[in-house]
Design a protein around this ligand. Structure first.
Ligand SMILES: [Zn+2]
Length: 370
């Protein structure tokens, strides 16, 4: 149902309020209690030694949860059934999945624009930022990467980023303090020097080939000395979306499903040897519904809807779960901070750690249990 053009829907009013708050408060660096610095034996006190974050650019909850919506996607899903069977049915139950369209309040972007860079900045700043396009520089204040780097006085190799989209390094302030590789050229150059072999026969510039090289590098990085933070940012799904190529979109997701399986297997092998890890998978923005699925921006209805999967300390193994309050991408940073035993960033615009959201959820369900 289309809202009248003169009447803003409720979510748009929420978005407007967020925008006003963002203009009113421009937070600087976080002031978040006692920083627990690295020291002798510190490593053994951290709940998690390695956090792996994976993002798929512009993937809707419908495809993740295999919910056939109106229009073209229902037909395509009938043909392909579940786009990501490993993610949904095997990995999903080992952690928590937020953003299921038919369960609880929606999970949404934090910055009302519903385009990529504001989405990524919200995740890693822990709050919406004053970025309204894909051409912003680094966000004001501290990011998760800055925080982890400074708190543990880490060497460069301890924070590794492999991102298919070139703009992500500049947009997240990933400078030479980090082992960060963004864009097709940087990814393929690293792939050739670290993995070697024949470049993919002139296809290396294709979005999925860049994603594949980024995935190869990320998987290879999960060896000793293990990183504290590993971020893999995949991008081909946004290209298939804008090209209105639904079959290509589903086949990119099927490929991502296999890569998630490989990453998860590697983490579980490390866990079997006593190396504690956590995994978080999410998206920077959603897309429109039905025939409008190929686009996303503030005025494309439903492009604000996102999803998130996490498994790690404090996260119950529930699979898809509804929350009674809206959650946003701003919970990514404080959740990772909590996993790494850093006091989670706090402030009027910062999101709560997922453990807090899930703790409230459990309390509520207990209070209703009798
Ligand atoms: Zn896009």
């Amino acid at each position: 149902m289309q809202p009248s053009s003169l009447q803003l829907p409720r979510l748009k009013r929420d978005q407007l309020l967020t925008l006003l708050l963002m203009v009113a408060f421009v937070p600087g660096s976080s002031s978040c209690g006692i920083e627990r610095r690295a020291g002798v034996g510190y490593e053994s006190l951290r709940p998690v030694s390695t956090v792996v974050i994976v993002t798929f650019d512009g993937v809707r909850p419908e495809e993740i949860f295999a919910i056939a919506g109106p229009g073209l996607e229902s037909e395509a899903l009938l043909r392909s059934e579940v786009a990501m069977p490993f993610f949904l049915d095997e990995l999903g139950p080992s952690g928590v999945f937020l953003g299921h369209p038919e369960t609880g309040e929606p999970m949404t972007v934090a910055n009302p624009l519903a385009v990529s860079l504001p989405g990524y900045q919200s995740m890693f700043s822990g709050r919406p930022t004053l970025c309204f396009s894909n051409e912003c520089g680094r966000p004001m204040g501290e990011t998760l990467f800055d925080r982890v780097h400074e708190a543990f006085e880490l060497p460069k190799e301890s924070i590794s980023v492999f991102a298919s989209w070139k703009g992500l390094c500049a947009g997240l302030g990933l400078d030479n303090r980090f082992d960060a590789h963004c864009g097709a050229d940087a990814i393929q150059a690293s792939w050739r020097s670290q993995i070697g072999g024949t470049p993919r026969e002139g296809k290396e510039e294709l979005p999925l080939a860049v994603d594949e090289a980024a995935f190869d590098l990320a998987l290879q990085r999960l060896r000793e000395p293990l990183p504290t933070l590993l971020y893999l940012a995949l991008d081909a799904t946004d290209a298939t979306g804008h090209a209105n190529d639904y079959a290509g979109h589903l086949s990119a997701l099927a490929q991502y499903d296999e890569w998630l399986r490989a990453l998860d297997q590697r983490l579980r092998q490390l866990e079997a040897k006593g190396h504690r890890s956590a995994l978080l998978v999410t998206t920077d923005h959603g897309r429109g519904s039905g025939e409008g699925w190929s686009q996303h921006r503030w005025n494309v209805s439903e492009s604000e809807r996102v999803w998130l999967f996490a498994r790690g300390p404090g996260i119950a193994a529930t699979g898809p779960v509804g929350t009674s309050e809206k959650t946003t991408l701003t919970s990514v940073r404080p959740t990772v901070e909590e996993w790494l035993a850093l006091e989670p960033v706090r402030g009027p615009l910062f999101g709560p750690p997922l453990t807090e959201i899930l703790g409230q959820l459990r309390l509520r369900s207990e209070s209703f249990s009798d």
